[in-house]
Design a protein around this ligand. Sequence first.
Ligand code: AMP
Length: 215
Amino acid sequence: MRLIFIGPPGAGKGTQSELIYSKYRIIQLSTGDILRLNVKEKTELGKQANEFISFGKLVPDDIIINMIKEELDDPKFKNGFLLDGFPRTIPQAEALDVLLSNLNVKLDKVLLLEVPDTEIVTRLSGRRTCRTCNRTFHIVFNPPPNPADCDRGICDIYQRDDDKEETILKRLQIYHNQTAPLIDFYTNKNLVAKINGTGTLEEVFQQIDSILMQL
Ligand code: AMP
């Protein structure tokens, strides 16, 4: 299956991607995760991307499109993928169309995860991320484990710079201005399935599961 996840930052795309992987073995490709890894390893790409990310701005389209092009060449994505955080602009979506038609494959579905802005601010300002295993937690709703108790190594919990409140508001504004137009773009291609992202993890996953079971 070839899927795209669209939704505001903090809608739960990363967490639901893990659940989708557990059941369907569809590999998530998160542009945010790849960029953060490059920043951590201080690669050329990481240096270019760092200031955009920490200010909550989008990394320029040409950089992202080249990055995705290289990633999609990896044989592990030959039988499918779940794009999380890409595309985020119309030019990126148009570039993806070209990439996929060159690979002679089609998208199966665009999952639109809907969560109101007020809830996003609550979720993201309390979000904490683990540098080691990439999982996310919430200081109130899903507290991180003690570092040594993490079942995936020693957890190294931090707050992403772009999860600070002022930056969250900027990211939401960018989502509404630049990413939300993708909803019409993919609705016109008859690909969009809406998911109410405000329930429990299981409730949200059930909606996704019933969509994927029909594909
Ligand atoms: P995310 O983890 O998906 O919220 O992404 C974190 C940050 O990485 C974003 O706020 C952007 O600065 C950058 N980023 C991730 N994906 C993209 C993309 N498709 N286009 C531009 N910037 C991106």
